[in-house]
Structure formats: C-alpha cells, structure tokens
Design a protein around this ligand. Sequence first.
Ligand SMILES: O=P(O)(O)OC[C@H]1O[C@H](O[C@H]2O[C@H](CO)[C@@H](O)[C@H](O)[C@H]2O)[C@H](O)[C@@H](O)[C@@H]1O
Ligand code: UDP
Length: 485
Amino acid sequence: MSRLIVVSNRVNPPSGKGEESVGGLAMALAAALREYSGIWFGWSGKTTPEFTGQLNMQRVEGVTVATVDLEEGDYQEYYNGYANKTLWPLFHYRVDLTAYDRSFGEGYDRVNKRFAETLRPLIEPDDIIWVHDYHLIPMARELRRLGVTNRIGFFLHIPWPAHQLVVTLPRHRPLVEAMFHYDVIGFQTEENLQAFEGYVLNEVGGEKTEDGRLRAFGQITEAGAFPIGIDAEDFARITKSPRAMRVYDRMAAHSVFRKMVVGVDRLDYSKGLEERLLGFERFLHDHEEARREVMLLQIAPLSRDEVEAYQDIRHRLDGLIGRINGAYAEMDFTPIRYLNRSYRRDELAGVYRAAKAALVTPLRDGMNLVAKEYVASQNPEDPGVLILSRFAGAARQMKEALIINPNSPEEISDALSRALAMDEAERKRRWEDLMDNVTRQDVTAWRDDFVAALKGDPTVQAANTETPDEPAVTTMKKALVGAKK
Ligand SMILES: O=P(O)(O)OC[C@H]1O[C@H](O[C@H]2O[C@H](CO)[C@@H](O)[C@H](O)[C@H]2O)[C@H](O)[C@@H](O)[C@@H]1O
Ligand SMILES: O=c1ccn([C@@H]2O[C@H](COP(=O)(O)OP(=O)(O)O)[C@@H](O)[C@H]2O)c(=O)[nH]1
C-alpha cells in the first residue's frame, strides 16, 4: 500500500491528551492521519538564527512526524509576512489589511524551496503527497524541480477569493501557475472552486478539458470541492469523557436561571468578533428582560500576535467588551465573559453542550469546524441552536442553522432572541438534520474522497467516461458515495 505524506505548515501530532494546538487544520489532519501509517511533515514551530535543514523525527501513534525549524528571517517573511500579512487578509477579502511587500514573496518562495529540499530524501516512489494550505502553494513546483514525479495534491483550507481580488497581488500569475504542478487541487466549497475556475478561464486563457479538468500554463490539473469535516465519532466520545462532563456540570450550575451563549474562535479579524459583540450589545439594548438572564462566553485564544492587524483587533475587542460590560453588568452579573486562552477539546465539548446557542459569525471563513463541533456535542434530547454566518464555508452544508449576515447587528440580535425562544421540537428537528450532515461529511469522508481523487481510482475514471459533461472530481465523489451505501 502506498504511503501518504501530508505536508502542512502547522504540525500537530496527536498527544492522546487533548492538548493539541488551536486551529482547524491541525485538528483535522491529526484525525485524518490516525488511520494511515504515513508521514506528517512541516514546521516545528521553532526558529533558529540560521536555517539548518535538520529533520526532527518522532513516531506518534503510528504516524512519523518530521519537522524542521525555520530561520528567524524566514519566519518573519514567510509566516508573519507573505502567509499572514498578504495571502490571509487578501483571501479573506481584506484588501485594506493586505501588505504587498516584495521581500515577503521572496521569503515565501525560499521557505517552500527549503521545505521541498528537506522533504525530498523522505519520498519513496509509491508515496502520494498531500500538501495543505496557503503557506505552501509552491511546494509541488519545488518538488517537481527536484525530480519528484509522484502524485501530489493540494488542499486550500481558506477561501479562494473573487477574481478581482486575486489580481491585486503583484505576482498572482506565478502563484496560480505553481498550482498547476499539482495533480488534484481541493477547495472547501463549490463557490471557491468556481472562483478559481473563473480566474483560470478569464485571466490566463485557460480552458476546461472534455473530462472537466483544467488546462492552463501548458499543464492539466483536476480541481474539486471537498468540504472538510470533524471526527464526529471521536467528538461524541470526548463529549462523554469525565473531563467534559465536569466542565458541563460546572457551566450548567453557573447558568441556573440563566442562558449561556458561546463563541470559540482564534482571535482573528476574519472571525467577525467585533460584529458579534455589537450584535450582542444590540440584543441587550433591545431586550431588557434578557439583561440579567443571558450571558456570552467568548473564548478567543491569541493567534499570530506578532502581526499588527491581530494586535489592533485585540485592542479594539478589549475596549468594546469593557464598554458593553460597563453599560450592562450588575453587581452580581457580567454579560460577557472573555477569555484569551485556549482550552482542550474535551473542555470545549463540555462548554458547547452547556450553551443554549452558539454564535459563529465570521466575515469570511474557509469552513469553521467550531460550528460542527458545537452540533456534535449537543444533547439530542435538549439541543442548543447554532447561529451561523452565511460567509462561513460551513453554511453551505449546515442549512438548518440560523443563517445570518454578520455585518448586521440587528440580524444577530434577532437570531439570538429566536434561538433562545425556540421550542424543543424545532430545536430537535434542526439539530437532527445538522448532526446528520456532520456525521456523514466527517473528516474520514473528506480524507478518503480526496485521497481517492489523488490516486486517480481506475473504477472512478471509468465512471467519468460515461458522464463526460460532469467535472471528474464530482463524478468521482458520487461513485464513492454510491460504493459506501
Ligand atoms: O497555524 P495558525 O497560523 O496558528 O492558524 C491556525 C489555522 O488557521 C486556519 O484554519 C483553516 O482551516 C480550517 C480547517 O480546514 C477551516 O475550518 C478554517 O476555516 C480555516 O481558517 C489556517 O487555514 C490553517 O492553515 C492554520 O493552521
Ligand atoms: O481554545 C480553543 C479554541 C479552539 N480550539 C480548536 O481550534 C479549531 C478551530 O478551527 P476552525 O476551523 O473553527 O477555525 P480556524 O482556527 O482553523 O480558522 C477547532 O477545532 C477548535 O476546537 C481549541 O482546541 N481550543
């Protein structure tokens, strides 16, 4: 059996203690690799004065984890720079925060080359290689330059933005050209896929082949939508763990005669935290009767805190929360509890279960796994209500959530009052539908669909020839779904 080599900037080996670092990508890959005896390669999270290229190898629960340190300058230009000051804001529609600095692009290319050179000796002829996210778009190009002919796939965890935004990047063309060195490219949603196709067809004169693949820059690649999921089974298990139960009991005891609403997000401007708080403030303003009754617990661990835009949002949130609590707190009641630390997944599961509603209100989000985790930890007999931004990738699947526009404080306020007043029958009906989706489209389905596409499953290719008008990846996924029944 061929090995799976997963490559991502953030590497997060499962410790078995639920103490993994925060972020959906690392959570999902830890779960996806659990059943593969593969290799997980990426950044160690540490920096050194000079790049050594030395591999740190460890074996964790059947997975070989291989990491490399970054040189301090590379970390600044590649991670803080091109990845998080250029691509992240631009791909989340924040041109106003996007830095177009040439040195960042150079650092980005340099690190991708260094990663490829460090990984190269580990690759065996039958391995399949799966590269993740915006930090590593040029990885396949660099590996091909080193003579790697293995199948290589790429999955973008964040949105692919509209054509007009992509072209604001001074070197957008080489970036997209680099993507054509992959055999398969995956996006979170059909909308992201269409935006990518729109760029390829309209900006660089690319075309669709008869079997639905994309041809441009003299290369052919296969692009598809593969919505990521959570490990729903494992989440259900941790929800019943002693630690989750203890947290649930504590939170439930605190909220006797009160209703708790929860938010859990990295402290990131894309998560719509300010807008959420303004919506909550509006709710308190409009619903006098709820003022001593409803509290918001917002967990927001710090993220990318060397980047100015993250420091700015942190300061703004501190001010806003102070203002709202100052206006609406009582001597024995504070409406917003705000925590800048991270919690273990089992602790989160207990908190989610105790919350009558969850506010997931990003302004843009690739997927948002918190939305799925909230659903997976509910009590089927008394489930809470998910309030979800239409701009999260998750909204494409989770149609029975209360879908809102996060830019509107009134919509957030109205959704809150509707959620907190919703009768049990409606809550159950909505939850069952959401849970069905979270369970069916879980992380295993995501991994298996992508890996099957990357392997170019021959039975699926036969299916393609029968329906030439359909994109190959779509046909492939249909065949796989059929096979699983
Ligand atoms: O690695 P960091 O810089 O600390 O950031 C954490 C991760 O944030 C982003 O997560 C994305 O992936 C999730 C899973 O697909 C998805 O649900 C979410 O919408 C995305 O924002 C980032 O894309 C990852 O690379 C980071 O590791
Ligand atoms: O204190 C925290 C806050 C968040 N998370 C996890 O971080 C992930 C966040 O993923 P999501 O897709 O929602 O957003 P991202 O941070 O990747 O943009 C989820 O699995 C959360 O359970 C965590 O483990 N502890």
